[in-house]
Design a protein around this ligand. Structure first.
Ligand SMILES: [Zn+2]
Length: 199
């Protein structure tokens, strides 16, 4: 496994500063991983996946964000990323030769998960958590609007919200996995010391 890292992130905007004065914010890092794996039969590989790669293999990649309660050292960030890779790697087809890159993104109040956002449980009420998330979503939508990003001729949001834009999608989970009104206070969230909003 090869590591790389950077603390260069998105510059903070005025709404971020306004928010940072009234609510706790936490350091958010993006973890990017790229590796070589066995190609599945009849897989339609993109050129970047096969260039310079042995026959029968492809290059693949993914990324996710992680938020820390305290400012971590770069070693601390990679320890977290390597724990994630140890769990993720066996789910891929013979994945090996990973390059993992960690980039400091910003200090924020909420962190993006897979169709959810979460923050640390510091004793907020449900109403306080929802109000905080509303401000966060409005801030990100505003940032995306003011900073259009064009990739391959398509407009892509600078901050992916994965459906959080729509208030009606927000939900939580009961311990029996039934949907509940947001925010999520399930057993798993409590164990992690987190509050989650699924969307
Ligand atoms: Zn939960």
């Amino acid at each position: 496994m090869t590591r790389g890292g950077s603390r260069v992130g998105n510059p903070a905007g005025p709404l971020y500063k306004e928010n940072a004065m009234s609510e706790p914010t936490y350091p958010v890092y993006r973890i990017l991983a790229r590796w070589i794996e066995d190609m599945k039969p009849n897989y339609n590989a993109a050129p970047w996946q096969t260039e310079g790669v042995p026959a029968g293999k492809i290059r693949n990649s993914t990324s996710h964000t992680i938020m820390f309660r305290e400012e971590p050292t770069m070693d601390g960030v990679f320890e977290d990323a390597e724990r994630w890779w140890a769990q993720f790697q066996p789910t891929r087809n013979g994945a090996a030769d990973a390059i993992i890159i960690a980039i400091f993104v910003e200090r924020e109040t909420w962190c993006l998960g897979w169709f959810n956002h979460w923050t640390f449980d510091v004793g907020q009420t449900d109403q306080e958590a929802l109000a905080s998330f509303e401000v966060f979503v409005a801030r990100k939508k505003d940032f995306n609007h003011q900073n259009p990003r064009i990739v391959n001729g398509l407009t892509v949001p600078a901050h992916v919200l994965m459906g959080a834009e729509d208030r009606w999608r927000w939900s939580g989970k009961a311990d029996d996995d039934q949907d509940t009104p947001p925010p999520c206070r399930c057993k798993w969230c409590k164990e992690q010391g987190r509050i989650r909003i699924n969307h």
